[in-house]
Design a protein around this ligand. Structure first.
Ligand SMILES: [Mg+2]
Length: 434
């Protein structure tokens, strides 16, 4: 793991003097330490990481609230919740995700944070976010990366390593915001608006009930946009298309309608689906084919006028660069608990903007990752809409003291310092795996 920690010494012993002060090196060190103390302390305590603690949280979903999709029946909701405490009493929260509902992978992710990354982070200044991100990503070669200005990643440059960095990164931004008394969106350049439109995400019912299901979402939050699931769960594109037709008929012409195939169709099936639903004015078609077939994405996109959305299972800016270069998508959907956190999501946002694409973070997540995505969407020039899950999601609705109410189809971008999320200890204690 990383062993490079620049910035800890003011003037290293034996370093050549670049200047001579009255009183020599000791006086210079004292003066430098005094300057640093004005910005590096909150009250009488330094802003240093005291502890990093990740917990695997696994919440069962009541049978009447479960839904079924190509993933099977949703029996539970799982994530790794990251807590970082500082010497000065600030606490940052983040969220890492390996697999929704998975237990063993979340345990591995939690162990990676607690056993390998935490020892490196303790004693560091949590506000040095870029240095800490690059150090965790580049591991034992971090000093090369920091000096050369390019990446030297270790073997774990995708997967749970990046998920682990994601949760830590969000917690660091949370601490930075709290240390300055400002929300994260302020640190990212400010929010574009006080409220942003949200879309209701759900839609599993068959053709006979899908209209009723989607209209119940509209009634619940006044949503102007809704998303329904399609794909292999329907068997064939024509069955999905029949459900889309029923949905459009119920919603009328004005409400936006999106479809999500969870990457389950072949390129040919996805193209056939697009042709069958072209007349229903879809706002986007999400994950038409597997994320491992980016050329297939490009082929589907080239065959249709329906915007293609992608990215909820991609890691780092490098994956999104490939999507952009292949002209594979119109809308990027990084998940803040997977892609590398707020730091990486803003890099992905810059990529989207440079390619004239749009950003709609994947927010089917617990409250910390939801808040992180909301702050990024609000601060990004490419952000335009927020996902709001209408399936059972106890980590969004029950984990934290705060909520994100939807009114008139919009969500307020909160003024609370940091991420603005305070997980309840009793909830964590109840649902954390031993
Ligand atoms: Mg999706």
């Amino acid at each position: 793991m990383p062993n490079f920690s620049p910035g800890k010494l003011i003037i290293p012993p034996g370093a050549p003097h670049l200047f001579e002060e009255p009183g020599g090196r000791e006086a210079a060190n004292r003066e430098s330490a005094l300057c640093l103390s004005r910005i590096d302390r909150q009250g009488d305590k330094p802003v240093k990481i005291k502890s990093v603690n990740a917990r695997s949280v696994h919440v069962p979903i009541a049978p009447e609230k479960q839904h079924s999709s190509d993933f099977g029946r949703a029996h539970s909701f799982a994530a790794t919740i990251v807590r970082i405490d500082t010497e000065c009493g600030l606490t940052g929260w983040g969220e890492s995700k390996s697999q929704v509902g998975g237990v063993a992978q979340n345990r591995a992710l939690t162990a990676l944070i607690n056993e390998e990354m935490a020892p490196f982070l303790v004693g560091e200044d949590p506000r040095d976010i870029t240095r800490l991100w690059e150090s965790l990503y580049n591991g034992s070669r971090a000093h090369h990366a920091l000096r050369e200005g390019r990446v030297f990643p270790v073997l774990g440059r995708r997967g749970i390593t990046i998920s682990a960095i994601s949760g830590i990164d969000c917690a660091l931004w949370d601490i930075l915001g709290k240390s300055l008394g400002v929300p994260v969106w302020r640190l990212l350049g400010g929010r574009k608006a006080q409220r942003m439109p949200a879309y209701a995400s759900g839609g599993w019912a068959g053709a006979e009930r899908i209209g009723e299901e989607l209209l119940s979402y509209v009634e619940a939050g006044g949503f102007g946009a809704v998303k329904m699931r399609v794909g292999i769960m329907d068997g064939e594109p024509r069955r999905s298309a029949a459900r889309v037709a029923a949905a459009r008929k119920a919603l009328g012409a004005e409400r936006k309608l999106m479809c999500d195939a969870h990457g389950t169709w072949s390129v040919a099936e996805a193209k056939r689906f697009c042709r069958l639903v072209e007349e229903y004015d879809l706002a986007w078609f999400e994950e038409p084919v597997t994320a491992d077939d980016k050329r297939g994405y490009a082929e589907v996109r080239a065959s249709t006028s329906i915007p293609i959305a992608a990215g909820e299972s991609e890691f780092t800016r490098h994956d999104f660069r490939d999507l952009a270069l292949l002209s594979a998508a119109d809308i990027f959907q990084p998940d803040l608990a997977i892609c590398g956190g707020i730091t990486e999501a803003m890099r992905i946002s810059a990529l989207a903007s440079a390619f004239n694409l749009r950003l709609a973070p994947h927010l089917w997540a617990g409250a910390p990752a939801f808040a992180a995505g909301l702050h990024v969407a609000a601060a990004s020039p490419a952000g335009f809409i927020l996902e709001y899950s209408l399936g059972a999601n106890p980590l969004l609705h029950e984990l934290a003291e705060e909520s994100f109410p939807v009114e008139g189809g919009e969500i307020e971008i909160p003024e609370r310092p940091g991420l603005g999320v305070t997980p309840r200890e009793e909830f964590l204690a109840r649902y954390s795996l031993p």
